[in-house]
Design a protein around this ligand. Structure first.
Ligand SMILES: Nc1ncnc2c1ncn2[C@@H]1O[C@H](COP(=O)(O)OP(=O)(O)OP(=O)(O)O)[C@@H](O)[C@H]1O
Ligand SMILES: [Mg+2]
Length: 293
């Protein structure tokens, strides 16, 4: 680690030295101790609208980071850019120190970075199990491998099935494995999408509104899954509008408004930030930033 972060402004309660955010300044673009993603000068314009204009952004490894901001702030577009689903007009970004510039979504996924979508992309005419297997297919260079090494392929197939079954149990979808994904509830589709993302053993999962439209019982299990992922060493970056959820599980919160990162910090500090409150108030957003449940 070569970066020296300047001490946090609130020096009252020094956190344990194990806390990777203890010395991270509460400001946009703050340097992290162990960065898994770094982005610089990323700009995405749609006609006259600048949807994303991020000067500098770092994600701490093996932590849960929330990306929040009012509707239209550019969060999903930023996710699309980082994961190769869209291209910026300008900018550089890297994962584990390797540039992802001009990499395809499949290449990004193979390198260990997977994402889910705000509107689920579970394939409704495929079964739950088939969806899961598709999550692994991205990883192995399927056709080539199958043709050249049929015996190895069958072994790998068996491993993929076993892994899918294990994940389906974990996400309480095992009873549905032969159902069409289209028959699942919205919340179950969200769970399926997250389970499918885990098929490729990602180093980082990026979840775009994983809790939206999910009923309270399933929300609890989704939250547990996210916390569990961190325990397993996975990094999580998620977009969420529900501030109660953000408070409960995030180690660090990054706030976007009008394409820019306007604040960063631990959940409690960042939501008290005047610029953040202005951004939400100015947007007529229905998120309640201020009320504790
Ligand atoms: N493909 C596109 N073409 C034109 N404009 C777009 C496109 N995608 C996004 N935008 C615009 O870019 C801005 C940022 O959108 P984006 O979906 O990234 O916001 P968001 O922060 O994810 O919002 P939400 O919280 O509502 O999901 C919006 O003004 C949106 O209308
Ligand atoms: Mg969005």
């Amino acid at each position: 680690m070569t970066d020296k972060a300047t001490p946090a402004k609130s020096g009252k309660n020094p956190k344990s030295s194990k806390d990777p955010f203890a010395n991270v300044p509460h400001e946009p673009g703050a340097p992290k101790m162990d960065k898994i993603i770094v982005a610089d000068h990323v700009k995405r314009r749609f006609g006259g609208l600048t949807a994303v204009d991020v000067a500098h952004f770092e994600v701490q490894r093996n932590a849960i980071t929330a990306l929040i901001g009012p509707n239209g702030a550019g969060k999903s577009t930023f996710f699309n850019l980082l994961t190769g689903f869209d291209r910026p007009q300008e900018g550089e970004w890297s994962f584990n120190g390797f540039s992802l510039h001009s990499k395809s979504p499949a290449q990004v996924a193979r390198s260990g970075m997977v994402r889910t979508f705000q509107l689920t992309k579970a394939l409704s005419r495929m079964t739950v199990m088939e969806n899961m297997r598709l999550g692994a297919a991205q990883q192995v260079g399927e056709n080539f491998f199958r043709a050249l090494f049929p015996a190895l392929w069958r072994k790998q197939e068996a491993e993929i099935t076993a892994k899918a079954e294990e994940l389906l149990v974990r996400f309480k979808l095992d009873a549905k494995k032969n159902d069409y994904a289209g028959e699942l509830s919205g919340g179950q589709r969200k769970l399926l999408e997250m389970a499918r993302a885990l098929m490729s053993d990602p180093e980082i999962v990026m979840l775009d509104e994983p809790m939206a439209g999910v009923n309270p019982a399933l929300t609890e299990s989704l939250l547990d899954h996210i916390v569990e992922l961190k325990k397993e060493g996975v990094t999580v970056l998620f977009v969420e509008h529900d501030m109660h959820m953000v408070r409960r599980i995030s180690d660090w919160v990054v706030v976007m408004a009008e394409g820019k990162i306007i604040a960063e910090g631990p959940p409690d500090t960042v939501m008290a930030n005047a610029a953040v409150q202005d951004a939400y108030l100015g947007s007529h957003h229905d998120t309640d930033l201020f009320e504790e449940r």
